[in-house]
Design a protein around this ligand. Structure first.
Ligand code: SF4
Length: 452
C-alpha cells in the first residue's frame, strides 16, 4: 500500500542514482536514511551520490546508474587498452553476489574473472591507496609543523568532500589535497603506466571497480578526468554473470605487476579507521625514519564500529589528536565546533557509509536488518588480510618506491602535485522551491602550496 511521504530528490542528470517511479511506494525510507543516517539537512535537496538510499529501499525503486555495457563495448574495441583496478572492499563482498559467504575474500577469483571478461590489465587499487597515504602523511606532517590548516581532513570519500564543499565551505582548506586512491591510480595509469608500456594514453580506458556509487560522480570532476568509468561491486558481478563465467569455481590469479599490489595499509582503507591507521603508520616513518611500532600496526582505538572514535598518539615529542568518523550525521556538531574555534584535533578521517566503504551504496544488497553484521564480517576479512600480508605500510611497498624513483620524483614534489593532487570548490545548494542558494563568493580556487 502506498503512503504519501516524500522520497529523496533524484535529478535526471544524477550520474550515480536513478529512481524507477513505478516501484516507489512513497514510504519515505529513502528520505529518512538521507537525513537521519547520512546526515543531509532535511530542507536541502542535495544528493551526495553515496547510494545509501539504494541499499535501504525496500522495493528497489532506487537503482545505480549502470555503465558496464559501455565498458564491454570498449573491451570489444581492439584499438583500446582497457585497464581496471579493484578497490579494497570489493574483494570481501563481490562473492556475495554469487551466493558465497558474507565477507569471504575472493580477490584472486575477481582477477581471474576480469581477465576472462577481457580487461587487458587488472590492477589492485591498494596501490593507489598506498600512494595516497604516502602523499597524505607527508602533507599532514608539513601542516602540523607549520601549524597550518589543522585539523587535516581525509579527502578520499567523495560524499564527504561534497558535504564539506556544500555545507561547510569555510573548512574546504582543511581537506587534504590528495586525490582519492582511485583518482591517483587512474592518473598513474594514464601517465606512468602509459609511458612505461608505451601505450598512447588516448587509447587507454580506465575502469575502477568500487563499492561506491559516488565514484561515478567523482569521475566527472575536472581533476578526475583520468577516470573513464567507475563500476560498482554489483555491476562488476553482473558483468561477470553476463559473460557466462562460473565465478565460484575459478582459480585464483595475481593482479598485474607495476601497480598490482599494495601494503596491508592499503587493504584496510576499505573500513572505517583504516585510512587513519595507515596514515599514522607512515607519519611514524616520516618523523622517525623507522618502521612503525606495534601500536601503529594494530591501532585498536580507531578500529571498530563506533561512529566516533578518538585517539591520542605520541611520536617522538609530538602528541597528535585524532578523530575517526563514519556517518556524516555524527560529524556535524564537531564541524560547527571547529568553525567556532571550540574544539581542536590534528587529523580527522571521515567516511560517509556505515563502517566505511565496506558499507558502500554499490555493494551487494543484504537483508536490511542484518546490514551491520554483514559489514562487520567484511571489515574482519580486511583486518585478517592486514595480519597476513608482510608489507604493512605504504613506504615499504617496493612498487611505490619504484614509481617515485623512476617517474614521480619527490613526495609532494612538482610532478606529484600535478598528477596526484586536486582542488575543491564551493557547491550550490538546491532549496525546497528548487532554486539555488547563490554563492556570492564563488571562485575557482587554485591549490596553494602547503609547503611554502
Ligand atoms: Fe564511497 Fe566509501 Fe565514501 Fe561510501 S564511504 S561514499 S563507499 S568512498
Amino acid at each position: 500500500m502506498k503512503s504519501n511521504k516524500k522520497p529523496v530528490v533524484i535529478k535526471s542528470d544524477n550520474p550515480s542514482i536513478a529512481r524507477v517511479e513505478s516501484r516507489c511506494i512513497k514510504c519515505g525510507r529513502c528520505s529518512y536514511i538521507c537525513s537521519e543516517v547520512v546526515g543531509v539537512p532535511k530542507d536541502k535537496h542535495v544528493c551526495l551520490n553515496c547510494g545509501q538510499c539504494i541499499i535501504n529501499c525496500p522495493t528497489g525503486a532506487l537503482v545505480t546508474k549502470y555503465n558496464y555495457k559501455k565498458v564491454l563495448d570498449y573491451i570489444n574495441d581492439t584499438e583500446k587498452c582497457v585497464v581496471c583496478h579493484i578497490a579494497p572492499s570489493v574483494r570481501v563482498s563481490l562473492g556475495e553476489a554469487f551466493g558465497m559467504d558474507f565477507g569471504e575474500n575472493v580477490e584472486g577469483k575477481i582477477v581471474t574473472a576480469l581477465k576472462k571478461v577481457g580487461f587487458d590489465y587488472v590492477f589492485d587499487t591498494t596501490f593507489g591507496a598506498d600512494l595516497t597515504v604516502v602523499e597524505e602523511a607527508s602533507e599532514f606532517v608539513l601542516r602540523y609543523k607549520n601549524k597550518k590548516r589543522l585539523p587535516q581532513f581525509t579527502s578520499c570519500c567523495p560524499a564527504w568532500v561534497k558535504y564539506i564543499e556544500t555545507f561547510h565551505p569555510s573548512l574546504i582548506d582543511n581537506l587534504s589535497t590528495c586525490k582519492s586512491p582511485i583518482g591517483m591510480q587512474n592518473s598513474c595509469i594514464k601517465t606512468y603506466f602509459s609511458e612505461m608500456e608505451e601505450i598512447d594514453p588516448e587509447n587507454i580506458i580506465t575502469v575502477s571497480i568500487a563499492p561506491c556509487t559516488a565514484k561515478k560522480a567523482e569521475c566527472m570532476q575536472k581533476d578526475f578526468k583520468d577516470g573513464d568509468f567507475s563500476l560498482t561491486t554489483v555491476e562488476a558481478a553482473l558483468m561477470i554473470k553476463e559473460c557466462g563465467i562460473d565465478f565460484e569455481n575459478l582459480k585464483d590469479s595475481e593482479a598485474d605487476s607495476l601497480m598490482g599490489r599494495g601494503s596491508s595499509g592499503g587493504v584496510i582503507f576499505g573500513t572505517s579507521g583504516g585510512v587513519c591507521e595507515s596514515v599514522f603508520r607512515n607519519c611514524y616513518y616520516v618523523l622517525t625514519g623507522r618502521r612503525p611500532t606495534k601500536q601503529f600496526l594494530d591501532f585498536k582505538k580507531v578500529r571498530g564500529y563506533d561512529n566516533l572514535k578518538e585517539a591520542t598518539v605520541k611520536i617522538k615529542d609530538d602528541e597528535f589528536r585524532i578523530l575517526v568518523c563514519h556517518g556524516l550525521k555524527h560529524i556535524e556538531d564537531i564541524l560547527q565546533d571547529i568553525e567556532n574555534g571550540r574544539i581542536n584535533y590534528d587529523f580527522i578521517e571521515v567516511m560517509n557509509c556505515p563502517g566505511g566503504c565496506i558499507g558502500g551504496g554499490g555493494q551487494p544488497l543484504g537483508v536490511i536488518a542484518k546490514v551491520d553484521d554483514i559489514n562487520k564480517r567484511r571489515s574482519d576479512a580486511l583486518y585478517k588480510e592486514n595480519d597476513e600480508v608482510d608489507v604493512k605500510f605504504s613506504y615499504a611497498n617496493k612498487n611505490i618506491s619504484e614509481l617515485y624513483r623512476s617517474y614521480m620524483g619527490d613526495v609532494l614534489g612538482e610532478k606529484a602535485e600535478k598528477i596526484l593532487h586536486r582542488s575543491f570548490k564551493k557547491k550550490r545548494v538546491l532549496k525546497e522551491d528548487n532554486s539555488f542558494d547563490i554563492d556570492k563568493n564563488k571562485r575557482s580556487r587554485k591549490k596553494e602550496k602547503l609547503w611554502n
